[in-house]
Design a binder for this molecule. Structure first.
Ligand code: GPP
Ligand code: MG
Ligand code: MG
Length: 342
């Protein structure tokens, strides 16, 4: 048997070729080439964790029974819909965050000849999700629930992105409004639903489950998603950009990052002044002052402590779940992100 990742990648080729021949549009060679390049650049090249975890979760829900070829194809296609969703979000997020690199290469909008065409590419990526769903799931009893799920999660993410964006530039730049509570609200919406709840919810729907019976699973996954974004905030400042594949911009973007919230908790009067004077400014000297303050406040230690506590708390929550299959799904997710370096 081929390894799961290569099977998953084969499904990408099928979906891409469907989309490049979509009968709803008369493609020219030029437009077909643009689309193919855009998809290869933005949909592939990530860790594919979200997508692959739909297949993994579905397998675990089937309690080790061998999946049929059709089940492998369909769970992979749903996994790819999440990767398409992620590509759509990232293409647009990088414009909004003025980012430079993503997944070890220039952000799509920074490529010559792309620029603001990237906005339309984001819209196309979004539309592809529903074209894939229509093409492969229209006859399924859970089709309507799938569409509803993708719509709900997209809405939650866009609301999260809205509060992420408006906290950084509405009115005066004012650090005193940043707190752990506001941080939690932003990351719950902008990251947790689409990155953690969505893959498991897709697998549950395919397994014939009613999502209304699984709010406990959703709650654990949302907590896990918050932990994942705290890691993202930490890595934005402390990881090697080479390993991470992207250059952090949170300090100059005045982001309500977990690090700045923790720093505010730990600062004395003099340090608070340094933070207020330098946070959210683009010059390298300002950024360097914030980074050296973070070191002085031992935010690396604070993060390690948070990571340990969170891992223990999540493990307890998972072990309290009545279903062993669902415990296995949740444990596999947690195992994949615990102490991640990228
Ligand atoms: C990334 O957060 C946020 C998203 C992917 C959601 C975007 C939603 C839209 C509706 C466009 P981030 O900016 O902290 O992540 P990164 O560090 O990867 O840029
Ligand atoms: Mg962002
Ligand atoms: Mg960003």
């Amino acid at each position: 048997m081929a390894d799961p990742k290569s099977t998953f990648l084969e499904v990408y080729s099928v979906l891409k070729s469907d989309l490049l021949q979509d009968p709803a549009f008369e493609f020219t060679d030029e437009s077909r080439q643009w689309l193919e390049r855009m998809l290869d650049y933005n949909v592939c090249g990530g860790k594919l964790n979200r997508g692959l975890s739909v297949v993994d979760s579905y397998k675990l829900l089937k309690k080790g029974q061998d999946l049929t070829d059709k089940e492998i194809f369909l769970s992979s296609a749903l996994g790819w819909c999440i990767e398409w969703l992620q590509a759509y979000f990232l293409v647009l997020d990088d414009i909004m965050d003025n980012s430079v690199t993503r997944r070890g290469q220039p952000c799509w909008y920074r490529k010559p000849q792309v620029g603001m065409v990237a906005i339309n590419d984001g819209i196309l990526l979004r539309n592809h999700i529903h074209r894939i769903l229509k093409m492969h799931f229209r006859g399924m009893p859970y089709y309507v629930d799938l569409i509803d799920l993708f719509n709900e999660v997209e809405f939650q993410t866009a609301c999260g992105q809205m509060i992420d964006q408006i906290t950084t530039f509405v009115g005066e730049k004012d650090l005193s409004k940043y707190s752990l509570q506001i941080h939690r609200r932003i990351v719950q919406y902008k990251t947790a639903y689409y990155s953690f709840y969505l893959p498991v919810a897709c697998a549950l729907l395919m397994a014939g489950e009613n999502l209304e019976n699984h709010t406990d699973v959703k709650n654990v996954l949302v907590d896990m998603g918050i932990y994942f974004q705290v890691q993202d905030d930490y890595l934005d400042c402390f990881a090697d950009p080479e390993t991470l594949g992207k250059i952090g911009t949170d300090i100059e973007d005045f982001k309500c990052s977990w690090l700045v919230v923790k720093a505010l908790e730990r600062c004395n009067e003099e340090q608070t002044k340094i933070l207020y004077e330098n946070y959210g400014k683009p010059q390298p000297s300002n950024i360097a002052k914030v980074k050296s303050l973070y070191k002085e406040l031992d935010l690396e230690g604070a993060f390690m402590e948070y990571e340990k506590e969170t891992y223990e708390k999540l493990t307890k929550l998972i072990e309290a779940h009545q279903s062993k299959a669902i415990q296995a799904v949740l444990k596999s997710f947690l195992g994949k992100i615990y102490k991640r370096q990228k």
